[in-house]
Design a protein around this ligand. Structure first.
Ligand SMILES: [Fe+2]
Ligand SMILES: [Fe+2]
Length: 174
């Protein structure tokens, strides 16, 4: 219905706007790049002998995909809706634990993903395999570099903009 007076409309929602921007840009792009990485890793898998050490790259690509998809799902299903709810309906001291626990968890996961990605990029850069496998590794290096750059900005926005904004929604008991 459109019967609300102008003064009764909800106030601006910077948290919601930021969440929507993260979902529409970073989560979409992360899933696209993870699909690209998985496709190239599958090609590499079929081009490598089973005992080649470069198979560790494929394992880490699978781990990265699992961790990042699960991480984004937790943000989308738990933390982001909570931030929007607290922003819209208000928060009190009792909401501190409910909000801070997932934020701490998401920050820890950001750190794990960053370490995994650094190991993966270093491993792919150092891999020396010939032929089709070498071509796959070169494409993986490019995709991983794109994913790393995109993830750095994705994590920066969440850690440095969204989480402080969400934390400030809860009045601190004095
Ligand atoms: Fe995210
Ligand atoms: Fe995140």
């Amino acid at each position: 219905m459109h019967s609300q007076a102008r003064t009764e409309l909800p106030a601006a929602s910077p948290g919601r706007a930021l969440v929507e921007r993260i979902l529409a840009t970073h989560h979409v792009e992360a899933r696209r790049l993870l699909d690209q990485i998985a496709g190239t890793a599958a090609e590499l898998s079929s081009a490598l002998p089973p005992n080649d050490p470069a198979n560790a790259i494929i394992h880490d690509c699978e781990l990265l995909r699992e961790e990042m998809l699960a991480h984004m799902a937790r943000e989308e299903q738990v933390l982001f809706p909570l931030i929007i709810d607290l922003e819209h309906n208000g928060a009190d001291e009792g909401d501190i634990g409910m909000l801070f626990s997932p934020i701490v968890c998401m920050k820890r996961e950001h750190g794990f993903i960053d370490e995994l990605l650094a190991r993966l990029c270093a491993g792919a850069n150092a891999a020396a395999v010939p032929g089709d496998a070498g071509d796959c590794v070169r494409r993986l290096v490019e995709s991983l570099a794109s994913f790393a750059a995109q993830t750095a900005e994705h994590v920066r926005i969440e850690n440095d903009e969204l989480f402080p904004l969400a934390t400030a929604l809860v009045p601190v008991a004095r």
